[in-house]
Design a binder for this molecule. Structure first.
Ligand code: PEP
Ligand code: MN
Length: 371
């Protein structure tokens, strides 16, 4: 059960104290307080867990400071959609809005290799007025002998160059809690010229200790990728771990499922689940066509498979696209064969715009048929 408090609640006041005393004395119930930064105000939500079935909605509504009460199902308590749940979805980070209605593009390098490639990439984004990117510094690799990413050593120049080209948010995977400290340190050293969205990769979707650590901080939003070999429900529960620890600024990423059924693509594209995740949860949904498709192959009509998959995700209502580009894929240290070329950026943007417009037209049709 969630109690949404009146925005004018005085945290030092007697009413607030009375509410917390009352909740503390409910048998078999624990509570946890979440602050949710809305567009205009900070909303306070109190999550009640335990034997909440015994509580009546009417009684809880009568408690001091309580404006609304939502009874949540057992699933995805914080991030899920529940009946009578009008809590807003989405958040703003470093000036960029993320929600289930809009679309943000994150074209960038799978892995940072050198400052010159980073700069070429960012210059191209700047030219096309794109203010988000992906830059991998910590790379989880199948082989222990493969390049593992430059890690801390590249962060300062990545952040400085991002600031120079007006990048507001960099999606960057971390695989260990010390990477979080390193990112904080590099931002501090460079004067925070940009923002970072922490990425939990598919290999770490169920690394619960990492999820708890990342969930306990609220400085950075989190993109969590779906686990490539587990059910959607298991991956959504993994996302809920982040929120249950305190960080509900979470985006859910589809990146294809490991299965030979997807051959010759790297993974089985699962973008038909974009609307499913939006129905089950309030998280914005990201698609990663690069790691799904894994090849620059084109069909006889001349369209690249990665662009087909991108459009499939966008026409289904995706809210974010994480996509690999590289100025010189032959020299890329990771995933060169799936990188789009910088010259293909305008083409990518044109296709995304068409797919997005088609999605919006589909919404119009839906409105016509349901009104
Ligand atoms: C990535 O985005 O660089 C990546 C490794 O993705 P995934 O975790 O989906 O394999
Ligand atoms: Mn990659």
């Amino acid at each position: 059960m969630i109690l949404i408090l009146d925005a004018k609640t005085d945290k030092q006041g007697a009413d607030y104290r009375r509410l917390l005393d009352y909740l503390a004395n409910l048998p078999g119930i624990r509570y946890r307080i979440h602050q949710e930064q809305g567009a205009l105000q900070v909303l306070t939500e109190v999550y009640l867990v335990g034997d909440t079935a015994s509580l009546s909605l009417e009684n809880m509504r009568e408690l001091p400071c309580v404006e609304r009460v939502v009874r949540v199902s057992e699933e995805y308590r914080i991030l899920g959609r529940h009946r009578d749940d009008t809590r807003p979805n989405g958040f703003v980070y470093n000036g960029i809005q993320f929600d289930q209605d809009n679309l943000n593009l994150f074209p960038g390098l799978c892995a940072v290799d050198n400052p010159s490639h980073v700069e070429s990439m960012l210059r191209a984004l700047h030219k096309h007025r794109i203010s988000c990117t992906r830059m991998g510094a910590y790379k989880p690799r199948t082989s222990p002998y493969a390049f593992q990413g430059h890690g801390r050593a590249c962060l300062n120049y990545v952040f400085e160059l991002s600031g120079k080209y007006g990048i507001k948010v960099i999606a960057m995977e971390i695989t260990h809690d010390k990477h979080l400290d390193e990112i904080r340190e590099a931002l501090l050293e460079t004067g925070s010229p940009t923002g970072v969205m922490l990425q939990i990769g598919t290999r770490n979707t169920q690394n619960f200790e990492l999820l708890k650590i990342v969930g306990r901080q609220t400085d950075f939003p989190v993109l969590i990728k779906r686990g490539f070999g587990i059910t959607l429900d298991e991956s959504l529960n993994a996302a809920e771990y982040l929120a249950s620890e305190g960080n509900s600024h979470v985006i859910f990423g589809l990146r294809g499922m490991k299965s030979n059924s997807g051959d010759p693509h790297r993974n089985m594209v699962d973008f038909a689940h974009v609307p499913v995740v939006k129905r089950l949860t309030r998280m914005p949904v990201c698609i990663d066509p690069s790691h799904s498709v894994g090849t620059r192959a084109a069909s006889p009509d001349g369209l690249l498979d990665i662009l087909h998959a991108t459009c499939q995700g966008v026409i289904a209502g995706a809210n974010m696209v994480l996509v690999d580009f590289h100025p010189d894929p032959a020299k890329a240290l990771v995933d060169g064969p799936q990188a789009l070329l910088l010259e293909e950026l305008p083409r990518f943007l044109e296709e995304v715009a068409i797919a997005r417009q088609a999605y919006q037209q589909r919404l119009e049709i839906a409105r016509r048929y349901t009104s």
